[in-house]
Design a protein around this ligand. Structure first.
Ligand code: ZN
Length: 459
């Protein structure tokens, strides 16, 4: 095994490339783009190559700020005032609790998953003297961006463990260093690619190569056993593995005012929600954050926003605090949910793809998303409440409405609004290259996000 491919421990996170202002050749910082929160977001993204890592990294952040973790099946009687619970790739956290009597709560929701390539259960394959892994596309990935990138694997692996009551143990893995690559066909063998467009068949054209030789059954399982230091590959019983980019987040641009990273959608807003919660005053109204997995595939799962888990946690918190279901429902009727997911900045090379009265600028602050057909849940009153939060924190805001002749995307907002009957406002931070393996936003908007989200929870 390549020595770079070591199992990841929480302490092995790499140094953060975005943790200081860029330096010129004399070592002096380039002025003008402070980016107070850029370094911390970069670190969170590096620690979160998959939804399961993101939920774990979010828990680490919260624990470091004094939040107490409850187990998913733990008794929620008298829950801690600042606490969180993690289930698979999802997390719910709170600061202050919905009291027994109906209490209006402000919440922020975001999602931990991102589109990309997932490893199949029987992945070992190969052809033409190259070993390959079979993959399946997860969500609406911009799959051309995955070509010719140095990728690695990350996710969770379940192994047999005689010491565990279930006989199983699940570990997070993220071997460092390039391991996989999906090579693009040479232009000499695809002469029209630049004029006719790149056509990719997800079954045929996306299998990454990861070595020389012929395919051998059990290749990946052997690799995982080595990675985890297991005595035999037979101990590896299951996995949820993603292909992930190895390039670290970094600032770019004339003055370092842009930020390029994988999975900005929606680790950026996940980070912003956690930061705001950690800064929320305990004396104010209760605050909650939910980070859900599976948004990119419709949110319908045991831990997705369209599933029952979040509502169950809310009910357990209220009942555990001495309230009843009626108190929970009254609280929800007065509460407000900020659905935070990334937004489309106006692309300078494709301005005609955007609604001409609703252009969105990178660096221009959070975007309030509107859609009359409820692809976004924002209404006039909810949008106004968020505008007030922006004003109170000195943060500019922008308003988005999709072109009428292109189908509009959606996010967790409408499903949460429907599931909990709660006022919901869809907002997000502007970015380009949405669903690419590497996305782009403005450094200043990271600070705009934390400022406006904090103001929202405090409001
Ligand atoms: Zn998203």
């Amino acid at each position: 095994m390549d020595p770079r491919h070591q199992a990841r421990t929480p302490d092995s996170a790499p140094s953060n490339r975005a943790d200081s202002d860029r330096a010129d050749s004399d070592g002096a910082a380039v002025a003008g783009t402070a980016g107070v929160h850029c370094a911390a977001l970069s670190d969170f993204i590096e620690r979160s190559p998959t939804p399961w890592h993101a939920a774990s990294a979010g828990g680490d952040l919260l624990a470091g700020a004094g939040f107490i973790e409850l187990g998913v099946s733990q008794d929620f009687d008298s829950p801690p005032e600042k606490g969180f619970v993690v289930r698979d790739g999802s997390l719910v956290a709170w600061s202050g609790l919905p009291a027994a009597a109906a209490t209006a709560t402000r919440m922020i929701g975001a999602h931990t998953d991102s589109p990309g390539l997932r490893i199949r259960p029987r992945p070992d394959t190969g052809r033409a003297g190259l070993r390959q892994l079979a993959v399946e596309v997860y969500g609406g990935a911009l799959i051309n961006s995955w070509l010719d990138r140095d990728l690695t694997l990350a996710g969770r692996v379940t192994v047999s463990d005689g010491d565990s009551p279930s006989g199983l143990r699940t570990e997070l893995v993220h071997p460092r260093g390039p391991l996989l690559r999906v090579p693009q066909l040479a232009v000499h063998l695809d002469r029209d690619v630049n004029t006719e467009g790149l056509k990719l068949n997800p079954q045929q054209h996306l299998k990454p190569v990861w070595g020389l030789g012929s395919d051998s059954e059990g290749d990946l399982r052997e690799f995982l056993a080595e990675l985890l230091g297991l005595p035999s590959p037979e101990s590896v019983l299951g996995w949820d593995l993603c292909a992930v980019d190895t390039q670290a987040p970094d600032r770019l641009g004339r003055d370092g005012e842009l930020f390029a990273a994988p999975r900005l959608d929606d680790l950026c807003c996940s980070y912003g929600a956690l930061e705001a919660l950690m800064a929320a005053p305990l004396s104010g109204r209760p605050s909650l954050v939910v980070l859900n997995d599976h948004e990119e595939v419709g949110s319908s799962s045991s831990t997705g926003a369209d599933g029952a888990w979040f509502a169950q946690v809310l009910e357990r918190l209220v009942v555990g605090s001495g309230g009843d279901r009626s108190a929970l429902l009254r609280s929800l009727s007065e509460s407000e949910f900020l659905s935070a997911d990334m937004a489309h900045g106006t692309h300078p090379n494709y301005p005609e793809r955007h609604e001409p009265n609703h252009w969105v600028t990178l660096g221009g602050g959070p975007v309030i998303k509107h859609n009359a057909n409820q692809r976004y849940a924002t209404d006039g009153e909810g949008g106004a409440a968020f505008k007030l939060a922006c004003a109170n924190s000195g943060v500019p805001f922008q308003e988005y409405s999709h072109r009428g002749d292109i189908p509009c995307g959606s996010t967790i907002g409408p499903v949460v609004a429907a599931g909990l009957a709660i006022r919901t406002i869809d907002v997000g931070m502007p970015q380009l290259s949405m669903h690419s393996v590497r996305e782009l936003m403005a450094v200043a908007d990271i600070d705009h996000m934390v400022g406006s989200f904090s103001s929202w929870l405090a409001g």
